[in-house]
Design a protein around this ligand. Structure first.
Ligand code: SF4
Length: 390
């Protein structure tokens, strides 16, 4: 019969994998250095991230919570609202997506929404406390969409004029299109990698991982913040594919400003329908590992939050998540509503995270200095908070 300590070692992935992946000395030293970090680094090896991911979960979540407090105000959670501005009819074959024209999901395709209707929705989002308004269009790319781009430029300008951050997700983007959006005042561009490079071809075949990385590079070069993350529950192996996804993003020339973590929302008619849901422990491991290796990044608990009890959401916040999507809908899927989230904030003493982009243009009267994430918070916030703690 196994002893209690043997069982613990077997249940802890660190215990299972430590001897395979690395020496105990390196394992301990990587983790200790990560916990002590005061600035982000982009030189991670995949083994280092794997060592972190496979720590005993309580150690991992606790360390992530500590690092989170050094770089961010732990009670501050950003409220974002995501609107679908062009639904369905997409030529891509992302095997989880209701909007792909390749699958029969019953979704009605629409044209691009009018500028006025989008700005009206942004106004409602702002009145309800959101300070980031994200707009998604179900397109492969922006080729030949001149009038569409003009309208989106107007939407971006309108959202920014309200004092909100503006984010769009429009598929692949070239350098010139990225420049146009930057000139319109776009805060961030969302382009998820979805999963690891190794698992990617099981999910999407119509565009490559490298094409996704090229769009991210175009966005970064234009001076727009990058929002890029993944979807968990796509039939991946968490220990390798979550680590692979985080490793790719954490070793870009700069970390993404935003890392959305989506839980697959299974859509009937798509190939991913019927997948085993991601386990809570794997979701928390992913968030905590991302927090440790990309300490200044905003981690967004995104699609699928509506399926999580409040206690699970809080566990994610304690492990380093600090943004949510709230409102009537999140693209085509259900979303926790503003009233529900306001009540949750009240129960747990949470407050909306203010950002530099929204503070500059909006009402800054109640913003605390240390709630503000600057245009480049990466070194300053960690060092300031460490001094404060010391
Ligand atoms: S995820 Fe985006 S690119 Fe992929 S099918 Fe859906 S709308 Fe198209």
């Amino acid at each position: 019969m196994r002893s209690f300590s043997t069982l613990i070692a077997l249940r802890s992935r660190g215990g299972l994998r430590q001897g395979i992946l690395s020496s105990p000395q390196r394992h301990a030293s990587t983790f200790q250095q990560t916990i002590a970090a005061t600035s982000p680094r982009t030189t991670w090896t995949r083994d280092e991230i794997s060592d972190i991911y496979n720590q005993p979960l309580m150690e991992l979540a606790s360390a992530a919570g500590n690092v989170h407090r050094r770089f961010h105000r732990p009670s501050a959670i950003q409220l974002c609202t995501l609107m679908n501005i062009k639904t369905g009819g997409c030529t891509e074959d992302c095997s989880y997506c209701a909007q792909s024209s390749r699958y029969s999901t019953g979704l009605q395709a629409t044209k691009l929404s009018t500028v006025n209707s989008v700005l009206e929705a942004a106004k409602i989002a702002k009145e309800n406390g959101s300070n980031r308004f994200c707009m998604g269009a179900a397109w492969r790319d922006m080729k030949g969409r001149k009038s569409g781009m003009q309208n989106i430029v107007e939407m971006v300008k309108g959202v920014r004029a309200m004092g909100m951050e503006a984010c769009v997700t429009l598929g692949m983007l070239d350098k010139e299109q990225a420049k146009q959006l930057k000139e319109a005042g776009l805060t961030a561009y969302n382009h998820n990698l979805d999963t690891s490079r190794e698992h990617y071809s099981n999910i999407i075949t119509t565009r490559s991982y490298d094409e996704r990385l090229q769009t991210i590079e175009n966005v970064r070069e234009a001076g727009i913040h990058v929002c890029s993350g993944g979807i968990l529950g796509l039939g991946e192996v968490p220990e390798t594919d979550h680590v692979g996804l985080i490793h790719t993003l954490a070793t870009l020339p700069e970390h993404p400003e935003s890392f959305p973590v989506n839980k697959l929302v299974p859509i009937k008619g798509t190939p991913m329908f019927g997948q085993e849901p991601v386990k809570l422990e794997d979701l928390v491991r992913c968030i905590a590992t991302a927090r440790l290796v990309m300490p200044a990044t905003i981690i967004r608990l995104a699609a699928g939050r509506v399926t999580m009890p409040e206690s699970e959401q809080m566990l994610c916040f304690m492990a380093g998540a600090n943004a949510i999507f709230t409102g009537e809908k999140m693209l085509t899927t259900d979303c926790n509503g503003w009233d529900e989230d306001k009540a949750m904030f009240g129960r747990w003493g949470l407050e909306p995270l203010q950002t530099e982009a929204s503070k500059l243009l909006g009402d800054s009267g109640s913003v605390h200095h240390d709630q503000v994430i600057s245009e480049d918070p990466r070194v300053r916030i960690g060092e300031e908070r460490l001094q404060a703690q010391g």
